[in-house]
Design a binder for this molecule. Structure first.
Ligand code: PLP
Length: 407
């Protein structure tokens, strides 16, 4: 008897063992229905039906596996989770309603009152607010340390430290953390090492292979890549992910099936998009460095970047975020931004469309002046999320900004 491809409607995960992230992005996590659709199916349903009352009872009682209700599990969401877990090299993933919901759910599931967190100073502004304002209300105290200050991390450890949380590269100054050193510090202190991998994505960096316990994403950014949906995901071993899933099931910040479908399709083009973002960003960073109105450029792909060698060691590319200081202050930064015509003035990043942001008054606007100061968020700082448009057209649009500074 011939065993044909029709024997299975899906590609068993084992058939993809050892395949590259480019292949996993396209193939992992698809479960075909009896219709044998080629693209991933979407299941926009809030609940699932049973053949009998006894089967319903068995599902609810956990004696029979299967879907119950989309706050718990949904096949489209599971497809996205399986694909990103395969790409990050993690055992499991849990998708959430936003990137912030991913961070919150991780904290709620794995921390308790009395615990202490060390967080890098240069994180996304809302992450800072979540730890500083909200987690503190529930008895979880956070110390903020510069991402690159190795001694500062060691000095901040207390007996009750349970989590080290970082973004690398950081938002928006593109500082790079030494993940080997921080994971070793977490291990000896019995703390979790959590990495927000939003800027690199698994195409450029896989923190679980470099000692992280958990990886977090705002799927809103590169995983979607076209600015359509808000979502998040946590990836890591089942022993932590089962706890996070338990929190989500009870508290409810789950991902919708429609968003999961968009993200699943977004992942298919992530590897080629990331390479295009990296190429454009490196070229723009070099070009910006040569502009007389630019005081400084922050991009780990530049040899002038203090952690250039570390970024080369840890990453397979330098990413699409380039930040720079214009000479002057807020007025000059705003004048520059307002003079561009094509590039979108918006706070989102990771889109195929290039975006331009003034962090001090938008993404990091809720930080106190002292915290902004410590995080290096100055009034003359501009962040570009470099898209995949033709490089010469991006330079043309940015030249309008430089022209406005001369006028
Ligand atoms: C690095 C990073 N992490 C987390 C988040 C939060 O994600 P979301 O907006 O999907 O909640 C953002 C949002 O900009 C971000 O840039």
């Amino acid at each position: 008897m011939t065993v044909g491809r029709e024997e299975h409607l899906w590609i068993p995960e084992s058939d993809l063992d050892g395949m590259s992230v480019d292949t996993l992005a396209v193939r992992a996590g698809q479960v075909r229905t009896g219709q044998l659709e080629h693209s991933d199916a979407i299941f926009p349903t809030s609940s699932f039906v049973y053949g009998s009352a006894a089967q319903a009872a068995a599902r609810f009682g956990g004696e029979e596996p299967g879907n119950i209700y989309s706050r718990f599990t949904n096949p489209t969401v599971q497809g996205f989770e399986a694909r990103i877990a395969a790409m990050e090299g993690g055992e499991k993933a849990v998708a959430t309603a936003s990137g912030m919901a991913a961070i919150l759910s991780t904290c709620m599931a794995l921390l308790q009152s009395g615990d202490h967190v060390i967080c890098s100073r240069g994180v996304f502004g809302t992450t800072n607010v979540l730890f500083q304002k909200y987690m503190a209300r529930f008895g979880v105290e956070t110390t903020f340390v510069s991402l690159t200050d190795a001694d500062g991390w060691e000095a901040a450890v207390r007996p009750e430290t349970r989590m080290l949380f970082i973004e690398t590269p950081s938002n928006p100054l593109c500082e790079i953390a030494d993940m080997d050193a921080l994971s070793a510090l977490a291990r000896v202190n019995d703390a979790l090492f959590v990495v927000d991998n939003c800027f690199c994505t698994p195409v450029l960096q896989r923190p679980l292979e470099q000692g992280a316990d958990l990886v977090i994403h705002s799927a809103t950014k590169y995983l979607d890549g076209q600015g359509r949906c808000v979502g998040g995901v946590v990836v890591g071993p089942a022993r932590y992910l089962d706890e996070i899933y338990g929190f989500l099931r009870s508290a409810g910040p789950t991902m919708s099936p429609f968003n999961a479908w968009v993200f699943q399709k977004g992942l298919e083009t992530l590897p080629i998009r990331m390479r295009a973002h990296c190429n454009n960003a490196l070229e723009l960073a070099n070009w910006l460095e040569s502009q007389p109105s630019v005081e400084k450029v922050f991009y780990a792909g530049l040899e002038s970047h203090p952690q250039h060698q570390l970024a080369k060691k840890q990453q397979d590319g330098f990413g699409g975020i380039v930040s720079f200081l214009v000479k002057g202050g807020r007025e000059e930064a705003w004048r520059f931004i307002d003079a561009t015509r094509m590039i979108s003035i918006t706070a989102n990043l990771g889109d195929v469309k290039t975006t331009i942001t003034h962090p001090a008054t938008t993404t990091h606007g809720r930080l106190s002046p002292e915290d902004k100061d410590k995080a290096g968020i100055t009034e003359n700082l501009i962040r570009l999320s470099v898209g995949i448009e033709a490089i010469d057209d991006l330079k043309t649009d940015l030249t309008r900004g430089f022209q406005a500074l001369k006028d």
